[in-house]
Design a protein. Structure first.
Length: 312
């Protein structure tokens, strides 16, 4: 367990290893509301956001949220358990490898600037959201590349990448929701004055920016999927149209072939000198007539145009 008195002893930050029973038992005496949180740590449970605002006890807020999640493996995640009062912040031990260029000492120096535990907690939340934004920047590059792959080379791999991006943006959405809830809950638990702090305002703006990016990318990936549906439907219609045209154009050949295959006793064409030439001529004329009819109806015009456009 690590205990720090910050900003000239105005407030205290305690970091505990929740896997250590000794650390948990060494925690300072907490109000009655805090006992529930301590018991959940002993049972290795994570709790949703809760608060205590009765007049008889000090206002407090506690809970847990995921501050780092591996996009591909669900079990690879880091959870932050916290208990917060005006002058006391207790958190589970942080894994600083989950942050971008934020060593522990640098975070402690930043925490020294906070006037109270609420401000310190919001500063910590702000650094977590900053790491989210760094990952979202990488995601943004993948989204840009995917957008142009849809136009240049749309295939099953593009669709798979689209589904992966959709899943990733849903993960980000799932991560930001509990943090957004914390932002809304702090004034509820500690009063409107808590929302006037410098760190609270900075982190609130950062949360809003992150949340808006996630919502925008979620909308963009939805539009990509809609575009993919339109392209797939159009190509499916073109395939059906092509097969239909081919079938109709070869109908005369098939019809005459069926007649030639009939073995009747009386077959007058056997004695025709130019029987084969006549049959071929009839096939060509009927095929051309059918083609002319389809073209006049403009049932194959767009198909031939698309085929011509695809030629190098």
């Amino acid at each position: 367990m690590k205990q720090l008195s910050l900003n000239t002893d105005k407030w205290t930050w305690i970091s505990v290893d929740i896997a250590s029973a000794q650390d948990i038992s060494s925690l300072p005496t907490l109000p009655t509301a805090g006992h529930k949180w301590v018991e959940s740590l002993k049972r290795e449970e994570t709790s949703n956001l809760e608060m205590e605002t009765t007049k008889e006890q000090t206002a407090a807020m506690w809970g847990a949220f995921i501050y780092h999640q591996n996009i591909k493996v669900r079990q690879k995640q880091n959870i932050l358990n916290y208990y917060l009062t005006d002058n006391l912040l207790i958190t589970s031990k942080l894994d600083f490898s989950a942050f971008y260029e934020l060593p522990e000492q640098q975070l402690i120096e930043k925490m020294q600037q906070a006037d109270n535990a609420i401000e310190g907690f919001m500063l910590l939340v702000g650094e977590i959201v900053a790491s989210f934004l760094q990952d979202i920047d990488v995601f943004e590059n993948r989204m840009h590349n995917l957008l142009w792959r849809i136009k240049e080379k749309n295939d099953e791999n593009v669709f798979d990448q689209m589904m992966n991006n959709r899943h990733e943006i849903l993960v980000w959405k799932n991560l930001i929701v509990p943090i957004f809830e914390i932002r809304e809950a702090i004034p509820e638990a500690f009063g409107d004055a808590a929302a006037e702090g410098e760190q609270f305002k900075r982190t609130r703006r950062r949360i809003n920016r992150c949340r808006q990016l996630i919502l925008d990318y979620n909308e963009e990936i939805g539009e990509m999927i809609d575009l993919e549906d339109v392209l797939s439907a159009h190509r499916g219609n073109e395939i059906v149209k092509t097969l239909t045209v081919i079938t109709m154009l070869f109908t005369p050949v098939a019809a005459f072939g069926a007649l030639w295959g009939m073995n009747f006793e009386v077959m007058p064409e056997l004695n025709w000198t130019y029987g084969y030439l006549f049959a071929i001529f009839v096939i060509l004329i009927s095929t051309w007539a059918l083609y002319y009819y389809l073209k006049k109806k403009n049932w194959i015009g767009s198909l031939l145009k698309n085929l011509k456009d695809d030629e190098p």
